[in-house]
Design a protein around this ligand. Structure first.
Ligand SMILES: [Cu+2]
Length: 118
């Protein structure tokens, strides 16, 4: 019992301490639906991913990718929408295309900063 409580406290502390570098999974999964939530501003982190484009929104300058796990960001595989920065990255891309990409994540916002056709 004591051990369980210790572990719980320890994990909670680690979770808080790691927020800047490694947002909790739930935070990432809520990225699309809780954009208005006020989070403290963690440092931007970057990673590289691979996945298949499932939607492109030229008007919004965004694309949706069914991506593989991104270890550098501690993200599991999922489908999510990214802002393309710059939006010109979307030029020439097609739905169903498999790409490699660079992503910059800061709090609830995630941007694609580079795209490489695979
Ligand atoms: Cu994701």
């Amino acid at each position: 019992m004591k051990e369980t409580m210790m572990r719980t406290c320890h994990n909670a502390f680690l979770g808080l301490a790691a927020l800047a570098a490694t947002p909790a999974l739930a935070q990432h999964q809520h990225m699309d639906g809780m954009a208005g939530m006020d989070m403290s501003a963690p440092a931007a982190r970057t990673g590289q991913g691979r996945g298949v484009i499932t939607a492109i929104d030229l008007k919004a300058g965004s694309l949706t990718i069914r991506h593989e796990p991104i270890q550098a960001l501690n993200w599991p595989a999922m489908t999510m929408t990214f802002k393309a920065n710059p939006s010109a990255l979307l030029k020439g891309l097609t739905v169903g295309q498999r790409i490699g990409f660079d992503v910059k994540a800061q709090g609830m916002a995630a941007e694609i900063t580079a795209v490489r056709p695979l």
